[in-house]
Design a protein around this ligand. Structure first.
Ligand SMILES: Nc1ncnc2c1ncn2[C@@H]1O[C@H](COP(=O)(O)OP(=O)(O)OP(=O)(O)O)[C@@H](O)[C@H]1O
Length: 517
């Protein structure tokens, strides 16, 4: 069981606690049944109405203890489930954070979004059903043992019938899992469709034919999702009806068939029948919770599988001890650096390099080339985000291997062509407000927004304005190397002129550490 495996990650205590509470609750629940049977037996024997006070008191105490243990079990399990989901979610986010860019780009975003949001929510919402499952299994077991004390033959018979019913039920459950997997795949396509609609909202709004066509494609995916969901609901219901019929059949066999063959059972038939009725609560509860929990089970399986897949996205050699690179370096060198994207079927791969290049401290370098010539790919290689297939990068002659790559990247502040402006300037603790205000003025942004602490007041800005904030943030990083990918492309003619004639020369003159005030 994936959920139990997941819970086991917190150590043995939560599982032990779950089983102990469930066992206690099952024992007191069975005691309630035994006391009711005993009371009924006494009334039948005395042939008179009377209250056996100690028996009634034991009954009340058993009910109270059963309720107390049940409440404790669910409370602990919910807290443990939240903890384990939180731990796993943070681990997945950590793995994503430290993944190799190139491998992550190929992996895609959909399974990551799904796991971090939908799957973790499914597990949190349905954790109490795990408690119900464990308690129901144990309660069914303790009632069977109670039946064994009344009649071993009935115990063997009911146990055998329950075993056979469970076997069929589990087989049906496997088919349900298949249908759930198909449903999840359709839901992932639906999710991609919604993302597409948002990303291309303007384009579809401007062209009615495109909008209709998109809607038709969306309708197909939505229809397939509905069919897949319908199949899951139908199968869940069929499985439940099968379980219910099988249980009632068992009751019928015990009451109508067995007495004709075994006088041993006939004598205790009322008590056994009462026990079977009592057993219906945990058995139906179990069927219900298994049906609800199968989605959470599958979600737990997906999250744990994703953990394994993300482990494969980790950067090679990133686990070793981190080594430094010279921060006050004189030169950075690319020696025979080559890289290639895997080729689409029937096409040659796109390859760049070999690059042989020396960049000296204080130099300004422009990289030019046509669209698709590989400028951004080169920058990803230069920043150490992509790893060369061949060749190496050195800093003052020190090769940047896997153990120095983290320190090497720290040398760079960047504004990529598709840069992202974070809600906060994460990682910049000591922002000088005077410097920040001066840079905002230089970027002609002081009337638009301001840096308030480590946040820009507004982020709903034009592409060119956002790039100017990106440049402010990058300069404030005070890294030895500043890399700007098509920075001026989004700027108006006035600021583009200022950028090339004033900003770049001034950045070169001052260097990274000169205060801005
Ligand atoms: N993640 C990727 N997977 C496969 N191929 C890619 C990937 N990223 C880029 N490419 C391919 O690499 C080539 C170079 O892309 P790159 O973005 O480096 O060009 P560029 O010079 O920056 O172009 P532009 O001036 O248009 O921004 C393109 O043909 C592109 O299809």
């Amino acid at each position: 069981m994936n959920l139990l495996r997941l819970l086991g990650r917190l150590g043995p205590a939560p599982l032990r606690r779950l089983v102990l509470y469930a066992l206690g609750s099952a024992l007191f629940s069975t005691l309630v049944l035994a006391l009711v049977n005993r009371g009924a037996e006494e009334i039948a024997a005395e042939k008179a109405d009377f209250v056996n006070v100690p028996l009634a008191a034991a009954f009340v105490v058993s009910v109270l203890l059963y309720m107390l243990l049940e409440g404790r079990m669910v409370a602990h399990l919910s807290a443990d489930a939240e903890e384990v989901v939180d731990t796993l979610r943070m681990r997945l986010l950590d793995q994503i954070r430290r993944a190799d860019l190139w491998k992550l780009e190929r992996f895609g975003q959909t399974p990551l979004f799904e796991s971090v949001t939908q799957s973790s929510q499914l597990i949190s919402q349905n954790s109490q059903f795990l408690a119900l499952t464990v308690r129901s299994v144990l309660l069914t077991g303790t009632i069977l043992l109670y039946i064994a004390t009344i009649s071993p033959v009935a115990f063997l018979l009911i146990g055998g019938l329950l075993g056979a019913g469970t076997w069929f039920y589990v087989r049906l459950g496997r088919a349900l899992e298949e249908r759930q997997r198909a449903m999840m795949a359709e839901e992932a396509s639906l999710f991609e469709g919604v993302s597409d609609l948002f990303d291309g909202f303007k384009e579809q709004r401007l062209n009615s034919a495109r909008s209709r066509d998109l809607n038709a494609a969306f309708g197909t995916v939505s229809g397939r999702t509905t069919t897949a969901r319908g199949a899951v609901h139908l199968h869940t219901w069929q499985q439940f009806v099968f379980g219910e019929c099988a249980f009632n059949l068992m009751l019928g066999v015990v009451v109508f068939v067995v007495p004709s063959y075994s006088s041993a059972i006939s004598a205790e038939l009322v008590k056994i029948t009462a026990a079977i009725f009592f057993m219906s609560a945990p058995v139906f509860g179990l069927m219900q919770s298994l049906a609800v929990m199968s989605a959470a089970e599958a979600a737990a399986g997906r999250m744990m599988a994703l953990e394994g897949q993300l482990a494969a996205l980790a950067e090679a050699g990133s686990d070793g001890p981190a080594l430094p690179v010279p921060v006050n370096f004189a030169e950075l060198r690319m020696e025979g650096v080559e890289f290639a994207f895997p080729a689409p079927p029937g096409e040659p791969p796109f390859a760049v390099g070999p690059f042989d290049l020396t960049i000296r401290r204080g130099e300004v370098i422009f990289i030019t080339g046509g669209n698709g010539s590989g400028k951004s790919t080169f920058i990803k290689l230069l920043t150490g985000l992509y790893h060369p297939l061949r060749g190496r990068i050195t800093v003052d002659g020190v090769p940047v291997g896997p153990q120095r790559i983290a320190a090497y990247r720290e040398l760079m502040a960047t504004v990529f062509a598709d840069f992202h402006l974070f809600a906060r300037l994460y990682g910049q603790d000591a922002i000088n407000p005077v410097e920040a205000a001066e840079l905002m003025r230089w970027m002609e942004m002081e009337r638009v927004t301001a840096l308030e602490g480590d946040r820009f007041g507004r982020r709903d800005l034009s592409a060119g304005q956002r790039k100017r904030l990106g440049l402010v943030a990058a300069i404030l990083e005070k890294a030895p190397i500043l890399i700007l990918d098509e920075w001026a492309a989004d700027q108006d003619p006035h600021f583009r002129f200022k950028f090339y004639r004033e900003v770049v020369p001034e950045l070169k003159r001052r260097g990274p550490y000169h205060p801005w005030r």
